[in-house]
Design a protein around this ligand. Structure first.
Ligand SMILES: Cc1cc2nc3c(=O)[nH]c(=O)nc-3n(C[C@H](O)[C@H](O)[C@H](O)COP(=O)(O)O)c2cc1C
Length: 174
């Protein structure tokens, strides 16, 4: 039987996987040497998460990480995708089995190295210095940056931007 602490360690490393808006939309249940992975539907509330496809992409990276990390510790991961019929939030069951020899494919190290941001976002009002620095930035064509101030203005702009994204995403040719 695989030690529970080791499963915990494998999961801890695996959640370095990227996710839309860094939402980390996953939940785990451990039974013996099996890990059940569930999607926290709604955690990534961005428009890009169309039909939860962003979540599935993130879960794909997570499951791949589990396989790589398990291999590093001498276990082989057997993945069953969507093990429960009619439940798309139960994304996978991963079974870990001891392998004869420890293998190392170099990717284990890369999992931690490629992760850039595992902290939740802080929403705060920009300081005067930050505002000034941003205001001094210029685009390649000399464009100016104007900052929106106040919740109402930000909210209005967000609606416009999201409509723009929607038009783009729903009309991609090819
Ligand atoms: C499905 C998915 C969608 C993402 N969409 C965006 C995006 O629209 N813009 C962006 O800058 N990053 C996007 N990211 C990157 C995440 O914001 C990033 O993975 C997360 O903040 C953690 O950072 P890290 O992966 O560099 O460690 C996306 C990642 C995934 C998996």
């Amino acid at each position: 039987m695989i030690p529970r602490e080791l499963i915990g360690k494998i999961i801890q490393e695996a959640i370095n996987a990227p996710s839309g808006d860094n939402s980390q939309p996953w939940r785990f249940e451990v039974r013996g040497n099996e890990i059940d992975i569930y999607n926290l539907v709604g955690r990534d509330a961005t428009l890009f998460n169309f039909k939860n496809r962003g979540d599935f992409l993130a879960h794909g990276a997570l499951i791949e990480n589990i396989s790589i990390i398990a291999e590093h510790f001498g276990y082989e991961a057997t993945v069953t995708m969507f093990p429960e019929q009619g439940r798309s939030d139960h994304t996978a069951t991963v079974r870990l089995e001891r392998t004869a020899d420890k293998k190392e494919n170099g990717l284990f190290k890369a999992i931690r190295e490629r992760a850039t941001n595992r902290k939740t976002y802080k929403a705060y009002t920009l300081t005067e210095e930050e505002k000034q620095n941003i205001g001094e930035m210029r685009g390649v064509g000399g464009e100016e940056i104007r900052l929106a101030d106040g919740r109402e203005e930000v909210s209005k702009l967000a609606s416009i931007i999201s409509l723009n994204e929607r038009l783009l995403l729903e009309n991609i040719v090819g």
